[in-house]
Design a protein around this ligand. Sequence first.
Ligand code: ATP
Length: 328
Amino acid sequence: MIEAQGLTKRYGDTLAVHDLSFTVQPGKVTGFLGPNGSGKSTTMRMMLGLDRPTAGHVHINGRPYGELKNPLRTVGALVDAKWVHPNRSARSHLRWLARSNRLPNRRVDEVLDIVGLSDVAGRRAGGYSLGMAQRLGIAAALLGDPEVLLFDEPVNGLDPEGIHWIRRFMQSLAAEGRTVFVSSHLLSEMALTAEDLVIIGRGELIAQCSTDDFVDGAGETSVRVRSPQAARLLECVAAQGLSGHRDDEAPHDTLVVTVGSTEQVGEVAAREGIVLHELTTRRGSLEEAFMRLTGESVDYRTGGSVPATTDQPAVGGNEQAALSAARR
Ligand SMILES: Nc1ncnc2c1ncn2[C@@H]1O[C@H](COP(=O)(O)OP(=O)(O)OP(=O)(O)O)[C@@H](O)[C@H]1O
């Protein structure tokens, strides 16, 4: 478990983290979400004792990092995947780390196996792709078989296969009962990966909630209906006290029902003998919800309606329903 209480960090005039309090529970992946420059890395550095808080504290399993008896056996971190001598092989890098932490060599082979690098463990790490380097960084984090794992932006720059692998891997670590805390500025990725979210902006806590609650509260829910008898359906829907309109941005047979559920629309259509080609619930966009929450906190924008911090495609309404299922 990780507990931050009143955590504050000032660099000269910059208040990087301000009075941040949250808890991260074991057995789940918790996403640490915020725009660029919002203080995620600074917070993680304080968790790892690499930076000293100006005020407040962050405890891991009840203690500050500096007071942990066996830090590597308690916390593993992936902060910078390129932190490895390029001429060293993955195996010798891990053996060196293991030796300096009094861990047995056999653990090196175990973690190489866990992350799928056994076959290439003798190659120079400098020749590794970013995805392989991330796996090596994760192997290093796992050396002490820690209960708590911290990952700082682990999917940055990875291809879809690498992203998928890391996502599943973090979820499997959480399923073993570990505390998994992962920072990202990619909302769509976190919505797929994390069960809980801690959201910050300009160094301050904006929300701590389950991802489901965040997705559910993402905005107005509406019903999309396609029918070759759209005009008649619209009249019948209105006669039942529901409310809708034609979708100007979709084919002419498409309606958006803003007041009414899929069940109500389906029942009206069945009663009136109206053919339906589509009947789906559409939720508001996650990006809109994120903007609403962090809007005042985004340090810079590209000028579009999507946060400048999002370099993945925005998640549209149609993809929302798939998110919860994909996480499980
Ligand atoms: N060593 C430092 N000295 C001075 N200012 C710093 C230092 N480290 C971070 N900052 C500032 O603190 C703020 C938070 O930075 P931080 O790197 O923690 O944010 P972040 O959310 O991790 O951003 P990103 O997603 O871009 O990595 C920024 O304004 C940054 O410029």
